[in-house]
Design a protein around this ligand. Sequence first.
Ligand code: AMP
Ligand code: MG
Length: 540
Amino acid sequence: MKMEGESTALKKNLIEWRFSQYPKYILLPIDENHDQIRSNIKNVVFSEVTPRPLERNIRLVCVSEDALVNILDMDPEIANREEFAEFIAGRKLPYGALPVAHRYGGHQYGLWVGQLGDGRALILGEYVNKLGERWQIQLKGSGQTPYSRVHDGRAVLRSTLREMIASEACHFLGVPTTRSAGLVVSDEAIVRDVYFTGNPRRERAAVLLRLSPCWFRFGSLEILARNGELAVLRQLADFIIKEHFPDILLTDENRFIRLFSEVAHRTLDLVAKWQGLGFTHGLLNTDNMSILGLTLDYGPFGFVDSYDGGFVANCSDGEGRYSLSKQPDVVVWNIGQLANALKPLLTSSQQVHMSHILKSLDTYSKNKILETFLMKVGLKEERWGDEQLIEKLLDMMQKTGADFSSSFRQLAELEPSEMVSEVKLADKWSLKRLSSHASWGCWLDQYRERLEKEAVDASSVGLFEDERRRRMLSVNPVYVPRNWLMHEAIVDAEKDDFQKVRFLLNVLRRPFDVQPEAEARGFSSQPPQWAYALKISCSS
Ligand code: AMP
Ligand code: MG
């Protein structure tokens, strides 16, 4: 008899493809009082909801072949079948589906706002793949749920497309993230006031097929603690441990502390990756903080172009609460909210223990970020003066407006003979800009000396230089999903031309490799002037 997930052949149609007969989430309280929007649902973790299929003409915009093949065991050919687009559009549910919306709360911009929940997303079921991994399959934009509040339950093409591209790109950049498997657009019109200026316009509804081992957020626990639903809180915390943190024993009386510590450290490891790529999430509310330490809910995010620590990706974040350089601090603050949510499950001595962990997080985060930047400049271990070397580099980038990703990449590509300040860096547009800073020459001398120190310890200087380049090229991408690249892809996609989207997705599968076709389109060249004026709204 075959066990779940045992069949090895890739599925070519949806009849062969089925959800796990027993999704684990049925062990948690599910509200069966579906479909009605309600503001104060109690004592449940999910609500059962049927998807509202996209109306009118639907078209498949793109898929992630990697997600199809390596997560869903699907032959990419499946995407050519109409039933596949119908599945994403919520018209056809595969065998074994049990659609649920998740109930959670959250702190938005630092304030507790109570119940939020999946207002337009539905977990359809769980799929156990041939590797034995269990993935929750989710539709985003699939209609109203009890958690929709005043909203329509839909998502527009521009925002789902950005999530599709960036989540897949992050995966290949080595950033822990939820995944996207495919995107469908329809002619169903929805109305959005993109910049909240009183100018609503019609856009088209789209649905994104998202994948994650689970979709729990800090806010999943926060709402239960806030409402005093302590039995469900304990049940959910134990469920998360059992299903997602197998190294923690359910019999361990300190298990919630261990859970907290693990989530906190994973989350800060994630933030260090973000900082190292100039990724600015844009909306770090506690309802957007994954309990698994994944990048979650891509909205008004941005990969910084010209480096600026104060870069704010989201044009609705007037105070810059979620600016690039504030992310580490604001995430520690969010982790503090997770601590508050777990507190009711702890004895008083455990609470003291938790506060010690909390106090250690700033230092942990700072060290992780420094470690990340040392790797980016090709250094393995911190030595005296390294922190200042990095700070100075970022300061010069900020002052000259040099490009973040390209400066690091071009630094990686520098030949030793180019590491002298007099050398003209004509083919390295971003370093050229950086080198206009008065301290560039001095910094370069220090950097070269520092590299030589590392090389003296290596068996051969030549070998070391090769290794430095190899290491730096493997952590400093040539391509990141810059806003202007996604913008161009979106403009065409709005006209049903999906070539640019598909091309971009394909390039971003190998972000560390120079690709001639991408070069020809200027993907690693200086962004066009208009790119610097792009504004990304959280309207989606
Ligand atoms: P976000 O800012 O995208 O993280 O969403 C915050 C909350 O608003 C979540 O509870 C979402 O489900 C909800 N939400 C956002 N847009 C919509 C929409 N169009 N329809 C229903 N709920 C929405
Ligand atoms: Mg969200």
